[in-house]
Design a binder for this molecule. Sequence first.
Ligand SMILES: *[C@@H]1O[C@H](CO)[C@@H](O)[C@H](O)[C@H]1NC(C)=O
Ligand SMILES: *[C@@H]1O[C@H](CO)[C@@H](O)[C@H](O)[C@H]1NC(C)=O
Ligand SMILES: *[C@@H]1O[C@H](CO)[C@@H](O)[C@H](O)[C@H]1NC(C)=O
Ligand SMILES: *[C@@H]1O[C@H](CO)[C@@H](O)[C@H](O)[C@H]1NC(C)=O
Ligand SMILES: *[C@@H]1O[C@H](CO)[C@@H](O)[C@H](O)[C@H]1NC(C)=O
Ligand SMILES: *[C@@H]1O[C@H](CO)[C@@H](O)[C@H](O)[C@H]1NC(C)=O
Ligand SMILES: *[C@@H]1O[C@H](CO)[C@@H](O)[C@H](O)[C@H]1NC(C)=O
Ligand SMILES: *[C@@H]1O[C@H](CO)[C@@H](O)[C@H](O)[C@H]1NC(C)=O
Length: 414
Amino acid sequence: MLIRSLKWFLLWWMILQIIFEVVKSQVKSLQPQERISHTATYINNKLYILGGESITTNPTTNEIALKEFFYLDCSKSFDTTNLSWEFLSNIQVPTRWSAASAKGGINNDTIFIYGGFSNDENDLNLVYTYNTKSDTWIIPKILNNFNITSKKNLEAIINYNDGKIYLFGGTSDELGISNDMVILDTINLVYNIGNLTNAPTPRFYYGATLLPNQNIIYFGGNDGKEALDLDVVYLYDTINNIWNTNKVTGLIPSKRYLFSTVLGSDGRGIIIFGGFNVVNTDSLYILDTINLEWYVPNITGQLPANRYNHKANVIGNFMVVSFGYGYQQEKESDILLLNMTNEKYEWSIVFKPLNDTLPLPSTSISSPPTMTQTSSPTISSEPQSNISSTTIKPIIIAGVLVGILFIILGYLFL
Ligand SMILES: *[C@@H]1O[C@H](CO)[C@@H](O)[C@H](O)[C@H]1NC(C)=O
Ligand SMILES: *[C@@H]1O[C@H](CO)[C@@H](O)[C@H](O)[C@H]1NC(C)=O
Ligand SMILES: *[C@@H]1O[C@H](CO)[C@@H](O)[C@H](O)[C@H]1NC(C)=O
Ligand SMILES: *[C@@H]1O[C@H](CO)[C@@H](O)[C@H](O)[C@H]1NC(C)=O
Ligand SMILES: *[C@@H]1O[C@H](CO)[C@@H](O)[C@H](O)[C@H]1NC(C)=O
Ligand SMILES: *[C@@H]1O[C@H](CO)[C@@H](O)[C@H](O)[C@H]1NC(C)=O
Ligand SMILES: *[C@@H]1O[C@H](CO)[C@@H](O)[C@H](O)[C@H]1NC(C)=O
Ligand SMILES: *[C@@H]1O[C@H](CO)[C@@H](O)[C@H](O)[C@H]1NC(C)=O
């Protein structure tokens, strides 16, 4: 009697375990597709990812905008081997790739999306905004919109002191590869044109970031023929609207484009990562903005594959790299983390927010390593997620598990 009920208990326990694992892998399977040319905007502890282009094996046919909008919650610790993305409605979302994005607006809580490519002919507005508080997309009416072209492959850099976004260079049907500066005031919703005198040569896919002295620094990129040098930097003074050029020294990176550029958490070093035709042992440099010298920092941790056409954001003490070309989703996470705490650089798989005092999440200790492999692919029918070829894997594994269960049951009940 006792043994019999024990067997029934075991049976139900195992069935529940299997249901639990299947549900867990389905919940976890809400993984976005790999992508390039997306936008990544950090607002109020959330890293919002919009669109981008899907990656296919034939680079000439992959111009398909991904109509997906989702975020990563950075208010708490996470592990890049087990990311929990939150998908947002994609109903009013613009379909875009190679657009520029920045956080702006009166309350600093709005994503501004400018330019870029779209496959959708009904979706060609120049600027869209997403209010993160009210979860709404709108097409704002912006004054002075005469002669503002829809540029692509450029950076949007905002100066928070006046809420203006600086949109330098890029490519457009009207201007080709340009060196003009469009200025979009996100508070008053009006365009201005920046100074052209002493501007850098026309370029796209360049690096740009705002410095604490309200100058935007620009370097590298592509002029339509070749990669551009990183031994010279261009500074746009956003207060006086004046361009300056500076020679830089040190360990100068080779000419490159499609890399990411951020100002490190020390407010002094500009970190560039990746780029087209760059090897991973040569993928990261820092420009010291005080003495204008490039150097290669000592970095611990697992060196990731080189990426290009990715994005990078600074979140707390971390540089958070998202998506791009150059890695394999089975081997590396869509997110890379560079821990920059106290200028001791380390590639990390664990993110910790600044205010977090809890211990680091223990990742692989709680579950056997095989589980982490079964759980990544997609088997959900959620509209946002896509069913990939790897869908088959969890089904096979579930099948094997059920098989094992029946062998055990057969043994127990014989
Ligand atoms: C907007 O956010 C930035 C940091 O992302 C901050 O430096 C700036 O002070 C904020 N501006 C306002 C008006 O809150
Ligand atoms: C728009 O551009 C055209 C041609 O470049 C120029 O002739 C015209 O004056 C411009 N209009 C304004 C309002 O700047
Ligand atoms: C543009 O920059 C030049 C110097 O590079 C300066 O002389 C000129 O006044 C600036 N023009 C405007 C409109 O700010
Ligand atoms: C890297 O480490 C070596 C050996 O510890 C040291 O000599 C070198 O100065 C370090 N480089 C940087 C950029 O800190
Ligand atoms: C980041 O680096 C600092 C200093 O090296 C270290 O104390 C901290 O634990 C690291 N954070 C993570 C999440 O690894
Ligand atoms: C960190 O602060 C954010 C708000 O700024 C909050 O949402 C989050 O819960 C905090 N995290 C911890 C661990 O206190
Ligand atoms: C993955 O993350 C979720 C929470 O987002 C957590 O419940 C789960 O235990 C994690 N799985 C592993 C294998 O760490
Ligand atoms: C999944 O991707 C294919 C192309 O790879 C696309 O045709 C299809 O619309 C996508 N499905 C969803 C739900 O995004």
